[in-house]
Design a protein around this ligand. Structure first.
Ligand code: SIN
Length: 305
């Protein structure tokens, strides 16, 4: 196998293929469906201070080239997670990055403090300031550069672990939010979370999503994600992790050319939970055949101007 390792901050990953938050559970449920040891990292579903039931159904709908979700950050809450899940990561075959969400700044800080107060081998945190499906917090935070900076700064002061800020595409200029995260000490940004979308049944005239709007993901958003990654790559010094409609190795290469150091496979996991592992092997073949590393492609898109 080619050397696929990549580095983000001080952390070395065995390869750039991560699975995205909310598409792979807590990382422990999918052992029978794929070889998780092949993956560079697993990003957990979002963890909040208190357990959350999430939004009422219907909360997912397939759309052309993707899907809309409005899960509403359903999760077991940080205390249950620490008690029940963290021990399962002992000698886990890949790196775990815990995704954290909150309704207030204080909630994010409390969740992170709780993780830092126990012994565990988690690698770091992805901070979700971009969920479009909650009334308080979520995307409302991620569209505000000042909030992003203040939150990142506070979180940075609480941990030496890898700190990744997950950005929303539902903004005028994603690089302003990325710069705020960078200034405040983030090790990396991940981009993009979902685009606000809507789906209607023309026969019943009903919304297909209980909350009316939800987050659009999948191949339909790949061009938007590539543009965001490229803009961030041009403006930021810290690494950019690409997310948005990746289903095969060609997509992965496009994200590298746009400037991504690593990428997350998301919606494609629902169709094939083994897709991340397959992309690792395809990427290995590609790199071997072309005698290069994934990182050699970073930002190498050939532009007309
Ligand atoms: C959700 O739980 O509604 C999706 C999470 C997200 O988009 O960040």
């Amino acid at each position: 196998m080619t050397n696929l390792t990549i580095k983000i901050g001080q952390t070395v990953f065995k390869n750039p293929v991560f699975v995205a938050s909310g598409t792979f559970g807590y990382g422990t449920e999918i052992n029978d469906l794929t070889d998780i040891s092949a993956l560079g990292a697993i990003i957990t579903k979002s963890i909040t201070l208190h357990p959350r039931e999430g939004n009422p159904p219907p909360r997912t709908i397939e759309t052309l080239g993707g899907m809309i979700n409005s899960i509403g950050l359903a999760n077991m809450g940080v205390d249950n997670y620490i008690r029940d899940m963290l021990p399962l990561y002992h000698q886990f075959p890949t790196k775990i990055i815990v995704n954290i969400a909150g309704s207030t700044m204080e909630e994010y800080l409390q969740v992170l403090k709780k993780f830092e107060s126990v012994s565990s081998n988690i690698t770091g945190y992805e901070i979700n300031i971009s969920c479009p499906n909650v009334k308080e917090g979520g995307m409302a935070f991620g569209v505000n550069a000042d909030f992003t900076a203040r939150l990142t700064e506070q979180l940075r002061s609480l941990t030496q672990r890898l700190l990744i800020v997950k950005l929303s595409p539902n903004v005028t200029d994603i690089t302003q939010i990325g710069k705020a995260a960078q200034r405040a000490g983030a090790d990396a940004v991940s981009a993009i979370n979902t685009l606000v979308g809507m789906s209607i049944d023309s026969t019943t005239r009903k919304s297909n999503i209980y909350t009316t709007y939800g987050g659009l993901s999948g191949p339909a958003i790949k061009p938007v994600a590539l543009a965001c990654v490229h803009k961030l790559f041009l403006k930021l010094k810290i690494p950019v992790i690409g997310i948005g409609g990746i289903t095969n190795v060609s997509d992965a290469i496009e994200f590298a050319l746009a400037g991504a150091v690593a990428f997350q496979v998301g919606t494609a996991n629902f169709r094939d939970p083994d897709i991340g592992r397959k992309i690792v092997y395809e990427l290995d073949d590609y790199c071997t055949q072309n005698n290069l590393k994934y990182s050699d492609l970073k930002g190498q898109v050939i532009r007309y101007q």
